[in-house]
Design a protein around this ligand. Structure first.
Ligand SMILES: CC(C)(COP(=O)(O)OP(=O)(O)OC[C@H]1O[C@@H](n2cnc3c(N)ncnc32)[C@H](O)[C@@H]1OP(=O)(O)O)[C@@H](O)C(=O)NCCC(=O)NCCS
Length: 165
């Protein structure tokens, strides 16, 4: 992977056309645009980031998290289909871990669908541990959510290879 071809940026309202395009095919129940808008406009806890191509500016992947008290809660993460499997989601998690460390967060937490093998594989590889199951959490499919946490934020952040734009 040539990480030099990518850069991190804070998500902006002008990114939302591309975010929504990826969102629509990535999740059984996509977030609505107004949910992103409200996070970006008014939620001081929101830490939303994107990865864009240096050459084309194309948005390749994004993450949305909330930093509250000592917890960095990842609420959404997705990679454009053609760029999956190249480490971009891992980089977004590493970047969020670094931001979390800088703001004195103690751990990261997320929910993942029990049948989402690529995501589970990714989180396990990055050191997230299963800490609970929320039965029937996803009302669209009735799937359980696995609750996973990572408290080794510096280990995760040390995997950062993409630079800020
Ligand atoms: C989950 C997702 C964000 C991962 O993005 P990505 O940029 O491809 O992630 P990475 O390249 O960093 O890592 C993907 C890992 O999943 C693995 N993977 C891919 N398809 C897989 C599959 N069918 N089964 C198991 N593992 C799989 C890859 O091998 C890779 O692991 P590795 O680095 O150990 O080889 C992406 O698949 C996606 O956007 N999915 C739709 C949205 C989603 O489910 N988000 C997560 C919500 S909790």
């Amino acid at each position: 992977m040539d990480y030099e071809q990518w850069r991190f940026y804070p998500m902006r309202l002008s990114d939302l056309d591309q975010v929504m395009q990826i969102e629509e095919y990535s999740f059984p129940t996509p977030w609505r645009r107004h949910m992103y808008e409200s996070d970006l406009r008014t939620n001081s806890h929101s830490r939303f980031y994107v990865i864009r191509s240096v050459q084309t500016g194309e948005l390749a992947a994004y993450i949305g998290s909330w930093f509250i008290y000592d917890e960095a809660h990842v609420g959404t993460i997705a990679t454009r289909r053609e760029y999956r499997g190249q480490g971009l989601a891992a980089q977004l998690l590493a970047y969020t871990a670094l931001a979390a460390l800088n703001e004195a967060m103690q751990y990261m937490i997320l929910e993942v669908r029990v049948n989402n093998e690529p995501a589970k594989h990714l989180y396990e590889r990055l050191g997230f541990q299963l800490v609970g199951i929320r039965k029937g959490y996803y009302t669209d499919t009735g799937e359980d959510a696995l609750l996973m946490t990572c408290d080794n934020l510096s280990g995760l952040a040390s995997q950062l290879a993409i630079r800020e734009g």
